[in-house]
Every structure is written in C-alpha cells, then in structure tokens.
Write a protein that binds this ligand. Structure first.
Ligand code: HEC
Ligand code: HEC
Length: 198
C-alpha cells in the first residue's frame, strides 16, 4: 500500500536519489501542462499510476524524461507517489479547443467500418476511466492524448495488456487522432454526481 503523505513529500521535493520534484512539471494540483505535453495525474487510479512508473522503469513505456525519474524511485516510493496523485481531485477545466463532431462519434460509438471500437467501451462512460486499469481520458490534455496514440503506433509505448491499445491506435487516421484527443480534452475531468445527466 502506498502512503500518500510520504508520496506528497517526494512530489513536492523529489528524493535524494535524483528524482526531481514532480510538481515542477505536473503542477501543484497534478493538473499537468497542455503546452508542454505533461499529463494530468490528479485522480487517476493508484494501480494505473504505479503500473506506468514500473513500465517506464522496465522500458515497455519509453520516454527520455520519465524513465530516469521512475528509475530513481524505490518500490515503496513509487507506490507512495501513486497514492498521493490518486487522492487528488482534478482541477482541470476543459482545454480551449472546440471538440469536432467526428471525435465525439468515434469516442462514443467507434468506427466499425474500420473495426475501431468506441473508446468509452473500455474507458468508461464519459471517458471517466474504469478503475484500476483503464485510465480516465476526460479532462486529459489533447496534446498528451495525441502523443500517446502516436507512441503506440510507433511502438515506443507497448505496455498495454493484450495489445488492447495498439490495435486501436494503429487503425486511427491522423484526423481521427486529433479529433478524438480534442473531444476528450474538452470533457469535464470530474465525474458528474451519480444520477446526474451526462
Ligand atoms: C521534467 C518534467 C517531469 C517531471 C519532473 C516529472 N514528470 Fe511525469 N511526465 C512527464 C512527461 C513529459 C510525461 C509524458 C511522457 C510520455 O509521453 O510517456 C510524464 C508522464 C507521467 C506519468 C504517466 C501518466 C499517464 O497518464 O499514463 C506518470 C505516472 C508520471 N509522469 C509521474 C511522475 C511522478 C510521480 C513524478 C515525480 C516523481 C514525475 N512524473 C515527474 C514529465 C515529468
Ligand atoms: C479494448 C479496450 C480499449 C479501447 C476500445 C480503447 N482503449 Fe485506450 N486504453 C486501454 C488500456 C488497457 C489502456 C492502459 C494501457 C496501460 O496500461 O498503459 C489505455 C490507455 C489509453 C491512453 C493512455 C492514457 C494515459 O493516461 O496515458 C489513451 C490516450 C487512450 N487509451 C486513448 C484511447 C482512445 C482515443 C480510444 C478510442 C479511439 C481508446 N483508447 C480505446 C484500452 C482501450
């Protein structure tokens, strides 16, 4: 189990093995930074987050910025930072881009002519994620969503069980990638109260 208080110290200050403070890129509220391509971490599940940190360490998810940072976290510290971010409530407001219609249709219904399932069939209603392993896409930054879809296409991210995301990503056109990324970025990050209309 991760300890969120211990995690908070690392997030704010880094550790003495050379991990830099996470807040310097992911923001004080875990909100990320769309211009720089830093993802929102606030409110993602702790199992998903700790899996990603392990994946960077093992290299099934390859990224020159995050790999050394994850490698400098001890096993317990990795669980601690994941627990901290999982407990943060996302503050993201929708990114500016107006969601193009094509993105909405693809997200909610898929594109069966090209055997692409609806994104929400795995990522949950509204794209709010299905804990613990299907991450939320609602309120994630469009630039980051796009970069991940491209990472699966070129194989620098291959940490998805049964290639679930690779088979989706490799069927998407460039236009669909952009449209669906902007669609999810424009959705509210926080789930509506149970029973409320989407
Ligand atoms: C220098 C900037 C920087 C710092 C510092 C940083 N990150 Fe990151 N982080 C990134 C970038 C860039 C990505 C996206 C990389 C990619 O495309 O895979 C990322 C991605 C992630 C992801 C994957 C999120 C997802 O939705 O899959 C996690 C988890 C993460 N960072 C955790 C941390 C933690 C914990 C710390 C501190 C110990 C930290 N990061 C420090 C830049 C940074
Ligand atoms: C068959 C199930 C499935 C479908 C359909 C699916 N995904 Fe995923 N997706 C996953 C899984 C599983 C992961 C997490 C992989 C991992 O462990 O890193 C994921 C992760 C992602 C991520 C990375 C999020 C992050 O925080 O790094 C993005 C972006 C993404 N999916 C976008 C999409 C889009 C857009 C669609 C629709 C076009 C889609 N997915 C459809 C299963 C699916």
């Amino acid at each position: 189990m991760g300890n969120a208080d211990a995690g908070k110290r690392i997030v704010m200050q880094g550790n003495d093995q050379g991990t830099t403070a996470c807040v310097s890129c992911h923001g004080a509220d875990g909100e990320g930074n769309p211009a720089a391509g830093f993802p929102r971490l606030a409110g993602l599940s702790d199992k998903y987050l700790s899996k990603q940190l392990r994946d960077y360490r093992q290299g099934t998810r390859s990224n020159p910025v995050m790999q050394p940072i994850a490698a400098a976290l001890e096993q317990q510290q990795l669980l601690d930072v994941a627990a901290y971010y999982a407990g943060q409530v996302p503050t993201n407001t929708a990114d500016d881009a107006a969601p193009p219609d094509g993105g909405r249709k693809l997200a909610l219904r898929g594109d069966w002519d090209n055997t692409i399932p609806a994104c929400v069939s795995c990522h949950g209603p509204g794209g709010h994620g299905v804990d613990p392993y299907f991450p939320a896409l609602a309120g994630q930054h469009a630039s980051y969503i796009q970069s991940q879809l491209e990472a699966w296409r070129k194989g620098s991210r291959h940490n998805d069980t049964n290639d679930l995301m690779r088979v989706v990503a490799e069927r998407l056109s460039q236009t669909q990638i952009q449209a669906v990324s902007e669609y999810f970025a424009a959705q509210p990050a926080v789930k509506p109260a149970p029973g409320a209309e989407q």
